[in-house]
Design a protein. Structure first.
Length: 106
C-alpha cells in the first residue's frame, strides 16, 4: 500500500527537501499553537535531523487550566490536525502557566 507521506530522509539534502515539501517547521508549528491555543510559551524541537518528520514540544497555555493530560493533548492535536497528519512523530508536553513557573523554579 503506497503512502503520500514523505519517507525519512537518508541525507541532509533529502531532509531539507522533505521539510520544504511538507512546509512544516518548528516556527510554523509554534505560530499555529500561539494563535489557536493562546500559548504563552512554545518551544519546538525538530528531533528528525531537519527533515520535519519528528517534533517534541513544550507548550504553556491558559487553555490547559483544569484539564488533565489527555484533554490537553487532544486540544493540541486538534489545533495541529493537518500538521500532525503530515509528520511521523509528535510529542507534546503541556503546562499551565502556574505549572511552568513552578517547573522553572526547580
Amino acid at each position: 500500500m503506497a503512502s503520500d507521506a514523505p519517507a525519512a530522509a537518508e541525507t541532509d539534502t533529502q531532509a531539507s527537501n522533505v521539510a520544504n515539501e511538507s512546509g512544516i517547521t518548528p516556527e510554523s508549528l509554534s505560530k499555529t499553537l500561539k494563535e489557536k491555543l493562546e500559548a504563552k510559551y512554545v518551544d519546538i524541537e525538530d528531533m528528525s535531523g531537519g527533515c520535519g518528520q519528528a517534533f517534541q514540544a513544550m507548550i504553556v497555555s491558559p487553555l490547559f487550566e483544569k484539564k488533565n493530560s489527555l484533554a490537553r493533548h487532544r486540544l493540541v492535536n486538534s489545533a495541529l490536525k493537518t500538521e500532525i497528519a503530515a509528520i511521523h512523530a509528535w510529542t507534546p508536553k503541556c503546562f499551565t502557566s502556574e505549572e511552568w513557573e513552578k517547573r522553572q523554579r526547580q
